[in-house]
Design a protein around this ligand. Structure first.
Ligand code: ADP
Ligand code: ADP
Length: 218
């Protein structure tokens, strides 16, 4: 059975009367790496937000492990089952790398005494133990995205949702991040859904879903 299903997803934004999604159905298998591609404005980010429970569909349903999100506690779904990675990292500038990785642990109720050790192991997993005490401004752009990936893994999610994760990176850093993501998939069995403009990223995926004007076209 699929890990995640989108069934007939429609999203209309109230302001501007935009139909961002017009009936999108997709199935994501456990452990799969899926790329979502398409021109700017075709609904990729909207789809990712619905899959991650950041926003609700106007019609249709997202189903996780056989249960509709509308029946689940969305806060605990977002905190424990899904890790989010963004193009712009969204790290907190006044916190160190180690502290940034601990941020999602509050929402999941990880005991205070366990957080730092857990964050250290995650930084080690992304190859940044030696940067634990640095704030984001003292890290390279590629290192910032690795911290953001460690943060996305903070609560052991089954699913990583990434919106243009390599959009700000040069090609060498993009390669590093892609290698890191495939290693995490192999080691943890984490499922990857990545919105991307990059043909190189899409070529690495098991499957590419192409959107156009709010519909799946390939
Ligand atoms: P993509 O990620 O493919 O660039 P988006 O999902 O961001 O596409 O946007 C799809 C459409 O929905 C676009 O026309 C965009 O302008 C519109 N849109 C996205 N977010 C909002 C919002 N919060 N309010 C109104 N319109 C939005
Ligand atoms: P990108 O860097 O891909 O452009 P955005 O800055 O557009 O990403 O963020 C995508 C959406 O997700 C925004 O609507 C933002 O409010 C929301 N968002 C960002 N970080 C979080 C988070 N940690 N938890 C929940 N929603 C978030």
């Amino acid at each position: 059975p699929p890990l995640l299903l989108g069934e007939g997803l429609v999203k209309t934004y109230p302001d501007g009367d935009v139909r961002a999604l017009r009936g999108v159905s997709i199935a994501v298998a456990p452990g799969e790496f899926m790329a979502i591609t398409g021109p700017s404005g075709c609904g990729k980010s909207t789809l990712l937000h619905l899959l991650g429970g950041l926003d609700r569909p106007s019609a249709g349903e997202v189903v996780f492990r056989g249960r509709p999100l509308s029946d689940l506690d969305l806060d605990s779904y977002r905190a424990s089952e899904v890790g989010f990675v963004f193009q712009a990292f969204h790290l907190i500038p006044t916190l160190t790398a180690l502290e940034n990785v601990q941020v999602p642990m509050f929402a999941a109720g990880i005991p205070v005494g366990d957080r730092a050790g857990r964050a250290r192991r995650l930084l080690e997993e992304v190859g940044l133990s030696h940067r634990a005490g640095h704030p984001p401004r003292r890290l390279s752009i590629g290192e910032r995205q690795r911290v953001a990936i460690a943060r996305a893994l903070a609560n052991g999610p089954s699913l990583l949702l990434a919106d243009e994760p390599t959009g700000n990176l040069d090609s060498a850093s993009q390669r590093e991040i892609l290698d890191l993501l495939s290693r995490l998939r192999a080691d943890r069995g984490v499922t990857l859904v990545i919105v991307t403009h990059s043909a190189e990223v899409a070529a690495e995926a098991d499957r590419e879903i192409r959107l156009r004007d709010g519909l799946v076209v390939g």
